[in-house]
Design a protein around this ligand. Structure first.
Ligand code: MG
Ligand code: MG
Length: 258
């Protein structure tokens, strides 16, 4: 199985911290009136200023440095001149390659005040990620992670997107194994010491079905209801996952905004 040395785990942590700080910087910028292309520009500058490369730029032909997915868009949305407005949500997925290792993290931001229903969707999606992380320990299996995410999200009547999954991460953004956000306990590849992967629940307020827009990238909830996406990277350890990226900087920025 795809495991890393302790040195590689530290390099992944450094890349993870950089994307975490980038998301923290964006958290302070997200507000009504801001365009998503502005967020892209600021993220790219921040990543390059810190000696890294925006991993997404050119990845499989993706033309931007971050993904910005608004409201019913789940993931892979193109930054554009679209102006964010009060009550929107925007999921920002960010990747940075630092010293040859990839950091990859995502957060769904509220734009101004959002409805209580949307707020709950975001809270539940984030909590489902933490429940998945809690299962990322040695001798568990990939299915234990997915089961924890799915069980929690579905208990609120939400949809768990099946078409896109988390993934191993290292020198490449997408390594084995795949980490689905659904699954059966005790099934799938066994988790071993220093496996590193991204857990990234994509949760819809309505049905779980998605469609791709004609741009060839943007994934939307088919029923048009809002969707959320949160992502962190972990290294598997014996009793507790070592979380290599963090929402700390986002939390600090959001506190400072209030
Ligand atoms: Mg990502
Ligand atoms: Mg990812």
């Amino acid at each position: 199985m795809n495991t890393k040395t302790d040195e590689e785990v530290e390099l992944l942590r450094e890349a993870g911290i950089l994307v975490s700080k980038t998301l923290g910087m964006l958290a302070s910028l997200v507000q009504p009136g801001v365009t998503t292309i502005y967020l892209n520009k600021m993220a790219e500058a921040y990543i390059r200023d810190h000696g890294a490369y925006p991993t997404f730029l050119g990845y499989g032909g993706f033309p931007y440095s971050i993904c910005t997915s608004v409201n019913e868009q789940v993931v892979h949305g193109f930054p554009s001149e679209r102006v964010l407005k009060e009550g929107d949500i925007v999921s920002v997925d960010c990747g940075a390659t630092l010293n040859g290792y990839v950091g990859d993290s995502a957060y769904t931001f509220e734009v101004g005040e959002v409805s209580s229903e949307v707020k709950q969707l975001l809270q539940v999606t984030k909590e489902s990620l933490f429940r998945g992380i809690a299962q990322a320990v040695e001798n568990n299996r990939v299915g234990d992670v997915g089961y924890a995410v799915q069980e929690y999200a579905e208990s609120f009547g939400y949809g768990v997107v099946r078409e896109l999954v988390g993934h191993g991460v290292g020198k490449k953004m997408h390594e084995s194994p795949e980490i689905p956000n659904y699954g059966k306990r005790g099934t799938g590849p066994k988790l071993t010491h220093n496996m590193t992967f991204c857990i990234e629940p994509m949760i819809t307020m309505g049905k779980r079905f998605v469609k791709q827009l004609r741009d060839g990238w943007t994934i939307c909830a088919e029923d048009g209801l809002p969707a959320a996406h949160f992502e962190l990277t972990v290294a598997v350890k014996k009793d507790k996952a070592d979380v290599l990226s963090t929402f700390f900087y986002v939390d600090e920025a959001l506190k400072a905004k209030k």
